[in-house]
Design a protein around this ligand. Structure first.
Ligand SMILES: NC(=O)C1=CN([C@@H]2O[C@H](COP(=O)(O)OP(=O)(O)OC[C@H]3O[C@@H](n4cnc5c(N)ncnc54)[C@H](O)[C@@H]3O)[C@@H](O)[C@H]2O)C=CC1
Ligand SMILES: O=C([O-])CC(=O)C(=O)O
Length: 268
């Protein structure tokens, strides 16, 4: 059986870890292309890592890959997804916040036989949430606490003049729906966007976001009430070199890629 060709769009924190793992070898998967903004920087990194892989444009991704891992800024989600989905191919989307206002991308996938895969990413328990969603979920509530530097620069904070400098106690900076949170904090709470897609959607899933100088990790707590089970889940993510992104995110992508070709699949 031929290997599934994987490309990476965005060679940042997540992209580099996934590229390294694919280049080391994963059964049934082969790294076939990388789309990046700064070609010279990417080429230098590939040489340092002794990885041989063509650098390609976003438009050329469908010619190189069966599946693209999107781990780029949210603004270019469309540019990555549209050509791949129109060609009936798969995109693994990390910028889940940017998916919420774009239901047309799922329509495109449906029309052409493509597929959007949203991995669990920096969160936990999508197996239980999607199982519960086969019955009736009454509520999904999430509370996120991040070190202030993991939230700094978010559009909502800038627009409302909320400074992350010199905070001495925890400050609740947002309370509302997953849809509004994704628009307000597009690079900080992709997790709640993904959770909402696994469960009861972006308007009924709620989140509080706290900037907390007492925490060093990106902490997420989730409470689900449903007609099959009630459960609470929590995860404390060690930030990567990008303080907004937990280290576990790239590992979730690798685990999700491994599942694509594995003869033994565990979990929903
Ligand atoms: N779903 C989840 O659980 C999580 C999702 N994320 C999201 O995943 C995405 C990637 O995260 P990181 O790797 O931490 O970000 P990063 O900022 O480290 O990397 C993004 C990379 O994309 C590159 N890029 C910029 N413009 C580009 C273009 N036009 N074409 C190709 N590449 C371009 C940048 O140069 C950078 O290297 C972000 O949208 C982030 O918000 C992050 C953490 C968790
Ligand atoms: O959802 C995100 O964008 C990142 C996040 O919260 C985490 O890494 O814990």
């Amino acid at each position: 059986m031929s290997s599934k060709r994987i490309a990476i769009a965005g060679l940042g924190e997540i992209g580099r870890t996934v590229a390294r793992k694919l280049a080391q070898g994963m059964p049934g998967l082969v790294l076939c292309g990388i789309a990046t903004r700064d070609q010279a920087k990417a080429q230098a990194w590939l040489e340092r890592e002794s990885i041989s892989c063509p650098l390609v444009s976003l438009d050329d991704l469908p010619a190189h890959a069966d599946l693209v891992v999107e781990c780029a800024p949210a603004e270019i989600l469309d540019q990555i997804c549209r050509p791949m989905l129109t060609a009936g191919k798969q995109v693994m989307v990390l910028s889940a916040s940017a998916l919420l206002p774009r239901p047309d991308l799922a329509d495109l996938a449906r029309a052409h036989g493509g597929q959007i895969i949203v991995p669990t990413g920096a969160l936990i328990g999508f197996d239980a949430v999607s199982a519960a969603a086969e019955g009736t979920i009454h509520s999904v509530q999430m509370v996120t606490r991040k070190p202030p530097r993991g939230l700094a620069g978010a559009p909502y904070l800038v627009e409302n003049g909320i400074s992350m400098e010199g905070l001495t106690s925890a400050l609740r900076v947002f309370k509302g729906s997953a849809r509004d949170a994704a628009a307000a904090f597009p690079a900080n709470v992709n997790v709640v966007a993904a959770l909402s897609l696994a469960g009861i959607g972006p308007d009924r899933t709620t989140i509080e976001i706290w900037a907390d100088p007492a925490v060093t990790r990106n902490c997420h707590q989730i409470r689900v009430e449903s007609d099959s089970a009630s459960f609470t889940m929590s995860i404390e993510n060690i930030p990567s070199e990008n303080p907004k992104t937990g280290r576990i995110t790239a590992l979730s992508v690798i685990a999700a890629l491994r599942k694509l070709t594995s003869p033994l699949q565990v979990g929903t």
